[in-house]
Write a protein that binds this ligand. Structure first.
Ligand code: GLN
Length: 494
């Protein structure tokens, strides 16, 4: 089936005229028609636009010299502003906003020939780990436990993107990752998710959550596909001063590179107390695979790991409270009816427009930034962040890459959602430290647990060294030979 191809295979098939971009796109819009009612991976579907673009892609292909992603249908997380297509951040407060401009990352993908199928679902403003806070309803993970029909979460916040890619409703998708939102849903849905170095991809035109952490990246079904998408998405942007002016290598060339003599660090602190035997076993399996592939395995220590989550949940809400202050009903977003004063307008608009989790984060963030608490919480957290960064710098003097689990568990059921928000925050325990330090990191699916759910391992690299994580990721992928498929996908069932 066309929807089962990887991006690399489809690009080749298009060039060999085995099928057209219109056929490839139609296969995906059909899959969306069949599955989206259940999976809810897309908030907005743009099939007509996609098919129009596919016709153009076929002409470009016929003329030769087509860029790498010509005719490849992708899902776009609904946090990226897309010219003329509604962009919601899964929030009521900006529910009907149609941007008159294109984000830099999506503009680059379009220039590279990609076709957009629609906007994928997410946790509201990208805050969450289970796709449980979207104003447009939850996403169903296309995977289910053996002999158990419970609906599982796809992870978050880029859960719509992850589910769409896993269920064959897109060949690849964009995600954003502030504390794990590309990697954790990738692990839960059995796909590859790459968070590049902070500053590798422009943030311009992407709705902000926590500006010192937010980073866009690809979510795909193979490491090679991630490398193809990243080459198109990355690069300097005069419109984002934090986007680094560092040359973009040909990431695809790093796939399959020899790992002889490469040093892989295993951080002791990631053996969290109470960690499941299964996660420890898959981690050990990954270690053995990389040793077998020629790597030297080195024990390292990242002593401040234990402060990662606490620090993240001060800094991210602080930045979110400031970024989201603009949605006040005056200039941006929806406006509440019937306000009797300016304060009343702010209160009603923000109360009605934001969901519970977003309001919780705004409250926490405002608190830690307020006079009297700023030094005790925010400033202290920034200092600890520096120590976390230093841990990585020191570890990377000894090793080239780190290997850890991506998440402490496999996907959990929607009705097992913890009542305590702090329990939910624990999902990010392994992903947050790399975010705090701005390191590039990738999740690769490795095997199924005994309930039949995918488990992923995380590779963390040096700043701007996505190539090494791609090289190691492709070796891990090859050794793991992860070929299992979700039960809910195009061509199977709806
Ligand atoms: N789950 C984390 C949070 O809720 C990470 C979110 C993200 O990376 N966007 O903040």
């Amino acid at each position: 089936m066309l929807t089962d191809l990887t991006i690399a295979q489809a690009a080749e098939g298009l060039r060999k005229k085995e099928f057209s971009a219109v056929e490839l796109t139609k296969a995906h819009t059909d899959a969306i028609d069949a599955l989206n009612g259940r999976v809810n991976a897309y908030i907005t579907v743009t099939s007509d636009k996609a098919l129009e673009a596919a016709k153009k892609a076929d002409s470009t292909l016929a003329a030769g010299e087509a860029p790498a992603l010509t005719g490849i249908p992708l899902g776009i997380k609904d946090l990226f502003c897309t010219n003329g297509v509604r962009t919601t951040a899964a929030s009521k407060i900006i529910g009907n906003f149609v941007p008159p401009y294109e984000s830099t990352v999506t503009a680059k993908l379009l220039e590279n020939g990609a076709i957009f199928l629609g906007k994928t679902n997410l946790d509201e403003f990208a805050m969450g780990s289970g796709n449980l806070t979207s104003a447009f309803g939850g996403v169903e993970n296309p995977w289910h436990r053996k002999d158990d029909a419970s609906v599982l979460v796809p992870g978050g916040s880029s859960g719509g993107s992850a589910a769409a890619v896993a269920a064959r409703m897109a060949m690849g998708a964009t995600g954003t990752d502030t504390g794990g939102s590309i990697r954790q849903p990738a692990a839960y849905c059995g796909i590859v998710g790459l968070k590049p170095t902070y500053g590798r991809c422009s943030r311009w035109g992407t709705i902000a959550f926590a500006s010192s952490l937010d980073q866009a990246g690809p979510m795909t079904r193979s490491v090679e596909d991630a490398s193809i998408m990243l080459s198109a998405m990355a690069g300097a942007d005069p419109k984002d001063s934090t986007c680094a002016n560092v040359a973009v290598p040909d990431y695809r060339a790093a796939c399959g590179r020899s790992l002889k003599g490469l040093r892989v660090g295993i951080p002791a602190e990631y053996r969290a107390p109470g960690m499941s035997e299964e996660i420890l076993a898959v981690w050990q399996k990954g270690i053995d695979m990389l040793r077998e592939a020629g790597c030297e395995i080195v024990d390292v220590s990242l002593p401040h790991t234990k402060y990662g989550l606490a620090t993240y949940y001060i800094i991210a809400p602080a930045e979110c409270s400031s970024n989201l202050a603009r949605y006040d009903g005056v200039r941006f977003g929806e406006r509440a009816e019937g306000a009797t004063s300016l304060d009343d307008l702010y209160e009603k608009t923000r109360h009605n427009g934001f969901g519970e989790e977003v309001r919780r984060r705004i409250l926490m963030g405002t608190y830690v930034l307020s006079a009297g608490y700023y030094d005790a919480y925010y400033l202290k957290a920034q200092k600890v962040r520096t120590l976390i960064q230093r841990d990585f710098t020191q570890a990377f003097q000894k090793v080239d890459v780190l290997l850890t689990p991506t998440a402490p568990t496999a996907a959990f059921a929607r009705d097992e959602k913890p009542e305590d928000p702090v329990q939910m925050y624990l999902n990010d325990i392994f992903t947050v430290p790399a975010s705090m330090a701005g390191q590039p990191a990738m999740s690769v699916p490795v095997e199924l647990d005994d309930k039949g759910l995918p488990l992923g391992l995380q590779l963390i690299g040096k700043h701007f060294d996505e190539e090494t994580i791609i090289a190691v990721g492709s070796a891990l992928e090859k050794a793991a030979g992860f070929t299992a498929l979700p039960d809910l996908r195009a061509g199977v069932s709806a």
